[in-house]
Design a protein around this ligand. Structure first.
Ligand SMILES: [Zn+2]
Length: 491
């Protein structure tokens, strides 16, 4: 007979769940972080302030061994940036955001024709020999659209344009790279979970058909000014580093319409930024000590850093608030589990994963029963999935039963192994073969604000925070109390 949880353990988890549902700490923490500190890019003074705030907050929640584990890193710093589109008789100032790690333009900026591509695959389809691509001597514009989805698939499919665009453009002689923002702000539409059965990168599907506007921009939540979505990009030592930036979705729609009308386009760009600046950041850690297996760790995490725009409310203040409040609920209830529950608020998830890497290096010899992270905004949880040893699946099925009254279903394929446990947790899971659990949030609206100046507290719907706290508290405690190891996962 497979091992199962004792009835008293399940009852305690249900009690934690009910306490979580009336939690008010998460919203309080989120408010303090967003309005008291705001944007907190790793290595900045605001990042240090956020670490100090988190240590105080975690201590006040009754957690133990509160500390910061600091590390050195190199950071990128944004400077002013401006772009203007010139098309026959039009001159239009664009709303743009430099991509993280972008190099600056040379003095005087760049003034060049635009080479438009519907997506990254279309650019990749052109030869790299000098002068054989339309990109050569031009500013490449990749018009990759982000589909609105509940589970983030639309982002996953589109984000390659942001990450790999500069290298692919530079390989073909481009002077700079522009992309349609990888996000859905200003894009309208509320399409649900339907999808174009997403295999990315297969060119020739012409997925976005006639480029110009789809006419459904009304009705979206967005009533604010257009925003551009930032986010990390990367370079390759073998090709020149060219400036890279995103334009707002309405501006991208305008460019697409001009392109479709056959009008030649020029862009004037000036962009300032600094790379490789020496700095320090830290992971902030707090624990609720275990009993007979206290040396084993149940890690529930989020990332404390944010991009330098907005307030980092959904990315990832919400996650910080949820996992901290969940640990607070566990501590307030008083009963210890067998293993130690450890809250880890990672540093620099956004631009290098330095925090996750540092954590893995320091703690690689400690047995981990779980790595899991809340990093998908503030939406309702709807699914639960596991990356655990097959022998542990009967236990995760029991956890799923405790979560079910919250409207959380076992993800399709559970019983097998599925789901993403969050970016830092996924890195640790892969590197260290630590087991993981994933709680999936509704992200239908997440990419309206993700990595933009609109990621602020006033744009966040706080109603689902208690449901998240309830699930994280019950899930973490049961994982810590389990009668057997969850690892190593079947990856
Ligand atoms: Zn995040």
């Amino acid at each position: 007979m497979p091992p199962t949880y004792a009835d008293t353990d399940l009852a305690h988890a249900r009690a934690l769940r009910e306490r979580g549902l009336v939690d008010t700490a998460a919203l309080r923490l989120l408010r303090e972080l967003c309005t008291g500190i705001g944007a907190r890019p790793a290595g900045s003074p605001a990042d240090a302030q956020a670490q100090a705030w988190a240590r105080t907050a975690l201590g006040q929640l009754g957690l133990e061994s509160v500390r910061a584990e600091d590390f050195a890193l190199r950071i990128w710093q944004r400077g002013p940036a401006a772009a203007r589109l010139l098309a026959s008789d039009i001159s239009r100032t664009l709303t743009i955001a430099a991509l993280g790690n972008s190099v600056a333009t040379a003095v005087g900026g760049i003034d060049a024709e635009v080479a438009w591509y519907p997506d990254l695959a279309a650019l990749r389809a052109e030869p790299t020999e000098p002068g054989r691509s339309r990109a050569h001597g031009r500013i490449v514009f990749i018009d990759q659209r982000t589909e609105r989805t509940r589970d983030g698939r639309g982002y996953g499919t589109a984000v390659g344009a942001r990450i790999n665009g500069p290298v692919e453009a530079a390989r073909r002689g481009a002077l700079a790279l522009a992309i349609r923002s990888i996000g859905t702000s200003g894009a309208g539409g509320t399409s649900g979970t339907s999808g174009t059965s997403g295999t990315s990168g297969t060119s020739g599907t012409g997925s976005t058909s006639g480029a110009s506007g789809t006419g459904d921009t009304a009705g979206a939540l967005t009533t604010t000014a257009p925003v551009a979505h930032t986010g990390a990009t990367r370079y390759d030592l073998s090709v020149p580093r060219i400036p890279a930036f995103a334009v707002s979705v309405p501006d991208a729609d305008f460019i697409a319409a001009e392109q479709a009308a056959g009008r030649p386009l020029r862009l004037q760009l000036s962009l300032d930024a600094r790379s490789g600046v020496d700095a320090r950041s830290a992971n902030v850690i707090a624990e609720w000590r275990g009993t007979d297996l206290a040396h084993e760790v149940v890690l529930i995490g989020a990332h404390l850093d944010s991009w330098d725009v907005g307030q980092g409310a959904q990315d990832n203040g919400a996650g910080v608030a949820i996992v901290s409040a969940a640990a607070g609920v566990i501590a307030a209830a008083g009963r210890r589990a067998r293993r130690t529950i450890r809250v880890v608020l990672f540093g620099n998830e956004e631009n290098g994963f330095d925090g996750a890497l540092d954590y893995g290096n320091r703690h690689k010899d400690e047995p981990h029963q779980l790595v899991a992270e809340s990093d998908f905004g503030a939406g309702r949880l709807y699914a639960f999935a596991s990356r655990v040893a097959p022998a542990a699946l009967p236990l995760t099925a029991q956890i799923a039963e405790v979560l079910a009254p919250l409207g959380i279903a076992q993800a399709e394929g559970s019983g097998r192994n599925a789901g993403s446990p969050g970016p830092d947790a996924a890195l640790l899971m892969r590197r260290h073969r630590w087991p993981a659990l994933a709680l999936a949030q509704d992200g239908s609206r997440y990419f309206d604000v993700h990595h933009t100046a609109d990621d602020t507290l006033d744009r966040l719907d706080p109603h689902a925070l208690p449901q998240n706290v309830a699930a994280w508290a019950a899930m973490a405690w049961l994982t810590a109390q389990a009668p057997l190891s969850f690892g190593p996962p079947a990856l």
